[in-house]
Design a protein around this ligand. Structure first.
Ligand code: 5GP
Ligand code: MN
Length: 343
């Protein structure tokens, strides 16, 4: 958290009109979008000149979010973004805790003369490259921390329905609709405040989750029916999607979001792995039950990280080799994976 002195510094910084960039991580999810856009609207209400920048495209099921059309994407607009970052005074780094999570644009961000503020809830933050760090692991989402940040600055009155909708999106997506990472009273207090500002929870749920194309739903079915391996002895299920699979179902950004959660619905499965073939690597998405830390697993073996029960990583080997490697790595964890959740 920020010391009192740092809080005052930030308050002073924001005390006059600044050029500010709000950013979030590569492959943005609901919390990335929600925390970034909430901060975007808040800072504009305060009178700052603000740009929202992401490394790559966000899924279309966030197109409804207020401000989403104004987001600049580094993949598409590198030159203007380089200029904006070179002239910025302050950059908010939201929902990521290491500068390399800003993807292809990480170096440009590191070189910007702007002060950098991290607001994040992932484990093991890398503090270098940040001037201020708000890193709270035991919290639902970065959106909740953005609410706390606004409150700390005495600006709750600036939180309107637009900002509340963004913050609610953060909380609802990062808790799997209040099914995990949602065991803090604070989360429900903040959520209650957001609802009182006019958030329509069922509308937002539909806007995010009930927007599948036919292809996306069929890809989900294909993944589970035809591309899922179950290693009973490791209590693990793995779904592997090649470029061919993705092409066959006319893959769009976000179409595989949530797929990795399904195998955990099996009682016998404690670890779920989704492999997605990209142009120059295979992306790993990992989910676990109980105390088995996929953050540790991803950091130690798969060049990634995240949270205890949700993490990501990558492999530069072929699909076949990647699957073999994962099985071999997991055989070291056989004991740790062999548990049953009880009441
Ligand atoms: P997902 O599997 O949904 O892409 O990511 C799950 C969680 O892990 C998210 O909180 C995400 O921010 C984090 N994550 C995904 N990929 C990486 C990675 O390569 N490095 C780190 N440190 N975190 C990641
Ligand atoms: Mn998050």
């Amino acid at each position: 958290m920020l010391s009192t002195e740092q809080q005052n510094e930030v308050r002073t910084l924001l005390g006059e009109r600044r050029k500010i960039v709000v950013t979030s991580h590569n492959n943005p999810d609901g919390d990335a979008m929600g925390s970034m856009l909430a901060m975007y609207h808040y800072l504009r209400r305060k009178g700052h000149e603000v740009w929202a920048v992401l490394p790559n495209q966000f899924p279309s099921f966030y197109n409804w979010m207020p401000g989403s059309r104004e987001v600049l994407i580094y993949e598409k607009s590198a030159k203007p973004i380089q200029k904006i970052l070179a002239g910025a005074e302050l950059v908010f780094c939201l929902d990521y805790n290491a500068i390399d999570r800003f993807g292809a644009s990480a170096e440009i961000l590191a070189r910007s003369p702007a002060k950098r503020i991290m607001i994040d809830h992932h484990v093991e933050p890398k503090l270098e490259n940040f001037d201020y760090t708000i890193s709270v692991v035991n919290t639902s989402s970065t959106g909740e921390l953005v609410y706390d940040f606004i409150e700390m600055l005495g600006d709750k009155k600036l939180v309107d329905k637009t900002i509340a909708d963004c913050l609610y999106t953060s909380i609802v997506t990062d808790t799997g609709s209040f099914s995990y990472a949602a065991n803090n009273v604070r989360t429900y207090h903040v959520t209650a405040e957001l609802i009182s500002l006019g958030v329509d929870a069922s509308q937002i749920h539909r806007l995010i989750y009930d927007t599948f194309s036919e292809n996306r739903l069929r890809l989900l079915g294909h993944g589970i029916s035809n591309k899922m391996i179950v290693w009973d002895e490791l209590r693990t299920a793995l779904i592997w999607l090649t470029k061919e699979d993705l092409k066959k179902y006319n893959y769009r950004v976000g179409d595989t979001e949530g797929l990795v959660n399904y195998p955990l619905m099996m009682e016998k499965v404690n670890l779920s792995v989704l492999l997605t073939e990209k142009d120059n690597m295979i992306r790993l998405s990992l989910r676990s039950k109980g105390d088995f830390s996929v953050n540790d697993l991803a950091r130690k073996h798969f060049k990634g990280g995240g949270h205890v029960n949700a993490a990501g990583g990558k492999s530069f080997a072929t699909m076949e080799k990647t699957i073999d490697d994962i099985k071999e790595v997991l055989s070291q964890y056989r004991k740790a994976l062999d548990f049953k959740l009880n009441y």
